[in-house]
Design a protein around this ligand. Structure first.
Ligand SMILES: [Mg+2]
Length: 363
């Protein structure tokens, strides 16, 4: 929609502010360690006064953005957003992509706020707007890289809380990682295990890891991003040699990336994250994966209830996501938001009577 139209869904203001939330305990993966979420809260105000909320969640160890760059990027997007109609959310996302390709978390936060505001005006829950396939998702829970004893303790606690799938961060030293996985498997024998290498292995070591675990009769249900994101041949090497399905995560930020993975047979699954691509490109990636018979996973950076609610609405609405890793609000020491979903253990249920993603700032 052209600038200057007077529709009630015309965007009059785009704002950003820091959103700092401490973690319950430090979160370590193969590429780095963080102690708090240093995110960005995005607010979009429409001509009729409706406010939409979005969140950018830069994760410096794997993304290339920080809170400072995301704040600057959102503020820099104002001329591309203010004065335009939120109803034209696809052309708006295209404009943002053209000028801010690598500010992915900032784009995600703005797209999220625009779609929230729009669907609030239209009195439609975001998950129904996205397709209305389901109204609930069941998440796994992630255990960061720590000593085997502490990882086992977390696994036992989560299993007794009702978790059915545990995601383990690995990708450091091969022997240490084998000890970690075996400790968790022993502590939570009834849980399915997802391993996430976060690009930490050489291809041959990744194959060795799965073989060593099989020797101990431990069979992960998924192996995420074992090798460097640019090493698609290495990813294919692993995919062709391990019994477990392999997921491309850091390797896929765009639909074109997903197409390349599919053509090469480099992986069996793609982990989509709003913070890697934005919302519109996430939909495009999902479409490519479905056409190529790649399974879908949804993941997250260190996101609060706000961005996790938006992701839950998107994937429940679109349906067909086999692996759901939307656990990060459970890792945060406080929750500055309310709404978005009702949580029972690891199950998020979405409210069909609540428009938008339904999240509001706690008073
Ligand atoms: Mg991952």
């Amino acid at each position: 929609m052209p600038r200057g139209n007077s529709a009630p869904t015309s965007i009059v203001k785009l704002e950003a502010e820091p959103l700092d939330i401490p973690l319950i305990e430090p979160f370590a993966i193969a590429t780095g360690r963080v102690t708090s979420a240093r995110n960005v809260l995005v607010r979009v105000t429409l001509a009729d006064g409706t406010v939409g909320l979005g969140e950018a969640a830069p994760f410096p160890p794997s993304g290339g953005e920080t809170q400072e760059t995301a704040l600057a990027a959102v503020r820099g997007m104002a001329p591309l957003v203010e004065g335009y109609d939120a109803a034209g959310w696809r052309p708006l996302a295209k404009r943002l992509l053209a000028s801010f390709e690598h500010q992915e978390t900032a784009r995600a936060g703005v797209e999220m706020a625009v779609l929230d505001a729009l669907t609030r005006v239209w009195n439609t829950p975001l998950f129904q707007f996205c397709g209305g396939v389901e109204s609930r998702v069941v998440s796994d829970i992630t255990i960061p890289i720590e000593g085997p004893a502490h990882m086992a303790e977390l696994a036992e606690r989560y299993a007794s809380d009702g978790a059915t799938t545990l995601k383990l961060k690995v990708g450091t030293d091969l022997d240490d990682d084998i000890d970690r996985v075996l400790a968790v498997a022993e502590a939570a024998p009834d849980c399915d295990l997802i391993l996430d290498g976060n690009q930490g292995y050489q291809p041959i070591d990744a194959v060795d890891l799965i073989a060593s675990l099989a020797d101990e009769e431990v069979y992960p249900i998924l192996f995420e991003q074992p090798v460097h994101r640019h090493d698609l041949e290495g990813l294919r090497f692993v995919t062709e040699r391990v019994g477990a399905p392999v997921a491309a995560d850091e390797s896929v930020h765009t639909a074109a990336d997903a197409l390349r993975v599919a053509r090469m047979g480099a992986a069996n699954v793609v982990n989509i994250k709003l913070m890697k691509s934005g919302l519109v490109e996430a939909m495009e990636i999902a479409a490519v994966c479905r056409a190529a018979h790649l399974d879908l996973m949804i993941g997250a950076m260190i996101e609060s209830r706000l961005a996790i609610a938006a992701a839950a609405h998107l994937v429940a609405g679109m349906g067909g996501f086999r692996y759901v890793d939307l656990d990060t609000p459970m890792l945060l020491a406080s929750d500055p938001f309310s709404g978005g979903y009702a949580q029972d253990g690891f199950i998020y249920t979405l409210d069909p009577s609540q428009p938008g993603h339904g999240v509001s700032v706690e008073e």
